[in-house]
Ligand binder design. Structure first.
Ligand code: COA
Length: 258
């Protein structure tokens, strides 16, 4: 079974998270598959738009925590695990439009990758969360820059410091999603919107997206690199070890001495 399904039709490359038994948590191999697909799509004239989706029950539970544990055991030669960084830089710089359909849990990078999508359609069962602090970690994907900018500082602090989930209505209010629909319709609605984009002149889409992102592109890249250095340190900290261990052992973490 492939953990990322890939299908191109009517100018839309649809990439589907297909690891539902692990809540579509993303492994290094999955990041590499996504990055390869994005890199190929840049120059593939058959691809005019990319659509990222899960199913009606789950978008993604974020980075595979087993992979975090493995990466934390390696020497500090790389900050954030490299496959994740490659994917984040790839999606942040991707020149063609990216659409997402998001239902159920969208945790960690499952939420932060959406800051780099152009259109987002959510099922009304969506639960966004960025629980980096709860895992002894720091934000990635330039979300420490883009979340306060999009949501306002205090709402971003609730999401990033308290790590509290926020639901469809709040996401709609801050503009993280374009529309909320029944979960069984999210992928269909997003696909229809993606096909509308795909029917437009591609060079005008690319140029418009470039201009819309022009003022923040350098900042985003720099912030991602800064976050990645912190992430690498925090991932190896006693707090993260405790949080990862607690997740694996299905218990509450104990940060009282950390
Ligand atoms: N990494 C590795 N395995 C994960 C995972 C992750 N990020 N998220 C879920 N899984 C696994 C669970 O361990 C469980 O495995 P098991 O069947 O062997 O027990 C399986 O996927 C199903 O998850 P479960 O927690 O039972 O589903 P749920 O519906 O009760 O809860 C979530 C769904 C997404 C809320 C919950 O799984 C969760 O909080 N996951 C961790 C999210 C996270 O912290 N990600 C990192 C962000 S930086």
């Amino acid at each position: 079974m492939t953990d990322i399904l890939s299908h191109t039709e009517a100018g839309v490359l649809t990439l589907t998270f297909n690891r539902v038994e692990r809540k579509n948590s993303i492994t290094g191999a999955m990041y590499d598959t996504l990055s390869d697909a994005l890199e190929r799509a840049v120059d593939d004239s058959a691809v005019r738009v990319v659509l990222l989706q899960g199913d009606a029950t789950v978008f993604s539970a974020g980075n595979d925590i087993g992979d975090f544990i493995a990466a934390a055991a390696t020497p500090m030669d790389h900050p954030l695990p490299l496959p994740a960084m490659r994917f984040l830089h790839g999606i942040a710089a991707f020149p063609k439009p990216v659409v997402a359909a998001v239902c159920g849990p969208a945790v960690g990078i499952g939420t932060t990758m959406l800051f780099h999508c152009d259109l987002v359609y959510a099922g009304d069962n969506v639960a966004f969360s960025m629980p980096f602090v709860n895992l002894g970690l720091v934000p990635e994907a330039a979300s420490s820059l883009l979340a306060p900018r999009m949501m306002g500082y205090h709402r971003a602090a609730e999401a990033l410091l308290l790590g509290e989930p926020f639901l469809a209505e709040a996401a709609l209010e801050v503009g993280l999603v374009n529309r909320v629909v029944p979960p069984t319709e999210a992928n269909t609605v997003a696909q229809a919107q993606a096909r509308k984009l795909a029917a437009k002149p591609l060079s005008a889409l690319i140029e418009t997206k470039r201009l819309m992102k022009l003022s923040q592109q350098g900042e985003v890249r720099e912030r991602m690199d800064a976050e990645s250095v912190s992430f690498g340190k925090m991932m190896r900290s006693p707090a993260a070890r405790e949080a990862f261990g607690a997740f694996m052992e299905k218990r509450k973490p104990d940060f009282s001495k950390l």
